[in-house]
Design a protein around this ligand. Sequence first.
Ligand code: ACO
Ligand code: OAA
Length: 370
Amino acid sequence: MTATKGLEGIVATTSSISSIIDGVLTYRGFNIDDLAENATFEEVAYLLWYGKLPNQSELNELLGKLGEYAAIPAGVLDALKLYPKNTNSMAALRTAVSSLALYDEQANDMSHEANITKAIKIQAQIPTLIAAFARLREGKEPVAPKKGVSVAYNFLYMLNGQEPDQVAVKALDQALVLHADHELNASTFAARVTVATLSDIYSGITSAIGALKGPLHGGANEAVMVMLEEIGSIGNVEPYINEKLANKVKIMGFGHRVYKNGDPRAKHLQKMSRELGKMTGNMELYEMSVKIEELVTGQKGLKPNVDFYSASVYTTLGIPRDLFTPIFAISRASGWTAHILEQYENNRLIRPRAEYTGPVDQKVTPISER
Ligand SMILES: CC(=O)SCCNC(=O)CCNC(=O)[C@H](O)C(C)(C)COP(=O)(O)OP(=O)(O)OC[C@H]1O[C@@H](n2cnc3c(N)ncnc32)[C@H](O)[C@@H]1OP(=O)(O)O
Ligand SMILES: O=C([O-])CC(=O)C(=O)O
């Protein structure tokens, strides 16, 4: 038995949800470029769950359910109020999502009908949890979700307590489309491993949030913003990046396990970053990002991934840095739950082997002789 470090190149499951073939990303056979320009996040979530784009009445029905389920149980809200105000936002989300199961009478109902309902509930409640946490830590009252509005609208409304700007809603909606699913990425794999033991959907999503939190995965979008803040101005980009590369320090938001010629989502986020910068009259973050890209691609051949330009996009939308990865979770909840449903439909325990590299033929000596 020979181990493959990081399971690189290993095909671990079949899936009909999303594919990356020759650098082209599709959800259910629809090119991400087409979806990014022509579909809303709710249409994409429907596509991931049901395998087809919704017609108007199916979309209305989904929007109705998302609105109906968006309020979080009182017990979960009471507990959120007790979280330390300075705690990590992804740790808070991980704990809060786990606690949703305590108040869901269907939590352990393994029928397909109950699981699809729970998928929609989780999708509806994650934005409410994040917005409530963000407000509570600032000493503000949580804002109740609205009915009949999009996930992007509701999140910005609950976060800021006022009607969001239409441009911001459109930008966030497009970012949610771009992040919704991505084949067998680490957090989706974590979710599938968890539910393949026939554990419940909340356990799978809790595992996935834990995996997304790390800076080699979803946590990279926050790390990109930390870097942009450290650099501070366009004049500092070159010395900062050259020094990091000379010391073999990874530049966050670059590189990818699967894409070697560039992440097809990055160009959409770059365009959004440029347009939002122009609209707000502040192009500095965008220009710094472009300069970083020139240097990293020029010297290392590494291309930006989905996390790189999302940092300047979210900052320009006025979103606090430590909510970037939770926003990724809002979007990816659709993909995680679709994969969990697919795993249940054709389940087998996921249990690979390890190549043993430890000592052999050891004998237990009496404790007094050790
Ligand atoms: C949504 C997402 O999860 S997208 C990914 C988000 N993560 C990041 O942006 C973090 C920065 N990027 C990385 O750490 C990596 O590119 C990963 C984790 C995304 C993919 O990594 P892997 O396929 O495992 O590649 P690995 O980390 O082994 O790197 C291969 C080589 O490229 C280098 N490299 C990879 N990414 C970077 C980077 N961002 N900056 C500098 N060098 C890099 C490594 O140092 C290594 O060099 P070496 O062979 O000289 O040691
Ligand atoms: O697929 C990966 O390894 C990481 C990624 O880009 C994603 O999850 O969107």
